[in-house]
Design a protein around this ligand. Structure first.
Ligand SMILES: [Fe+2]
Ligand SMILES: [Fe+2]
Length: 341
């Protein structure tokens, strides 16, 4: 099995195919098969951030004094679960990049992988700031201990593992990519709504600011992976069959049902987020994932976002501005009067 050639001077810099193709190995961004890869690479790099940008002083107080026990439980389990998904994403991207022939696409996959690593670190920052050791155990053992969560994740991890065990198979790669789209676009992004709902009730604003930085990355990842899925079908027409499309939609719908069942358990005592609006939101996200990757929308009733507040509290406007402002204030304080740059 030959994953990729580091250098082949006899062929073009422009890859013939994204997977199982030929390319010289030289990443010349002016000579790539899919110019949108450069746009995406620039966009992702321009989003660079680190977790220390987010202040959690108020969150620290509110976690202890303004959240109910049920709300704390959901906060803990959600951060542990998100950490698990990001940990898987980090490794999955590594493998996919390794088998990618096109250096520009591989560069994007590797960058996404690196961001997933940063996301896992961000949840560590949230939990290390607020949770005591028992709460941390509750958070990070949740993906192993809560049967509904284990079951929800099982179907996507199984597909990803099947590909990891046989990375030469395009069939298995397709199945893993589909599972990964569910992981990113539905399981991940759906859970963020809980943090938006806390911010809507004027609590845990710092945590929600961090979630929104992560969410901006995830939105780009979804766009990238939707595009990659379409490229995969274009370059490998044998994958592009009606039968596969139907099977894919059935898989996605089954994943959505598992998410709804999980949500019924997780959010049952949460007042800031109703189950009906969460289920509508999950269907809306699923439509987005399908549209991005060239599939028909499975939930025509949820083409529009019904709970507009999710957008209001679920986008990063202001987060960065606050950070820069804070930085400027700190800087002038530290440098003192009369310091001449
Ligand atoms: Fe992530
Ligand atoms: Fe991601």
């Amino acid at each position: 099995m030959q994953p990729f050639r580091v250098f082949n001077g006899k062929v073009n810099n422009k890859a013939t195919k994204v997977f199982k193709g030929e390319a010289s190995g030289i990443c010349d961004w002016d000579d790539i098969k899919y110019p949108s890869m450069l746009t995406l690479n620039r966009a992702m790099f321009s989003n660079y951030w680190i977790e220390d940008e987010i202040r959690l002083n108020e969150d620290l107080k509110q976690y202890r004094h303004a959240l109910s026990e049920d709300e704390r439980y959901v906060y803990n389990v959600s951060t542990g679960m998100l950490t698990q998904l990001d940990s898987v994403a980090n490794r999955f991207n590594f493998l996919l990049g390794y088998y990618c022939t096109d250096p520009s696409v591989a560069a994007n996959i590797q960058l996404i992988g690196a961001f997933e690593g940063l996301h896992a670190r961000s949840y560590q920052y949230l939990t290390a700031t607020m949770l005591d050791s028992n709460e941390k155990k509750q958070a990070f053992n949740a993906p192993k201990e809560i049967p509904l969560l284990v079951e929800r994740n099982q179907s996507i991890f199984e597909r990803i593992q099947t590909y990891v065990d046989d990375p030469d198979s395009l069939d298995k790669m397709y199945d893993a990519l589909l599972a990964y789209l569910v992981l990113e676009g539905i399981y991940f992004t759906g859970t963020f709504a809980y943090f938006h709902s806390l911010a809507r009730s004027n609590r845990m604003i710092g945590s929600n600011n961090m979630i929104n930085l992560i969410k901006t990355d995830e939105t780009q990842h979804s766009v990238f992976y939707g595009e990659l899925m379409q490229i995969l079908m274009l370059e490998n027409p044998e994958l592009n069959t009606q039968e596969r499309l139907e099977r894919s939609l059935a898989f996605i719908k089954a994943c959505v049902e598992k998410e709804k069942t999980w949500a019924e358990f997780l959010f049952k005592d949460i007042e800031t987020l109703s189950l009906d609006e969460y289920k509508d939101y999950v269907e809306y996200l699923t439509n987005l994932v399908c549209r991005n990757s060239g599939m028909p929308e499975p939930y025509p009733d949820n083409q529009e976002l019904k709970s507009k507040w999710i957008l209001t509290y679920g986008s990063k406007q202001g987060t960065k501005a606050d950070f820069f402002q804070t930085n400027v204030i700190n800087y002038s304080h530290e440098s003192g009067d009369g310091f001449d740059l």
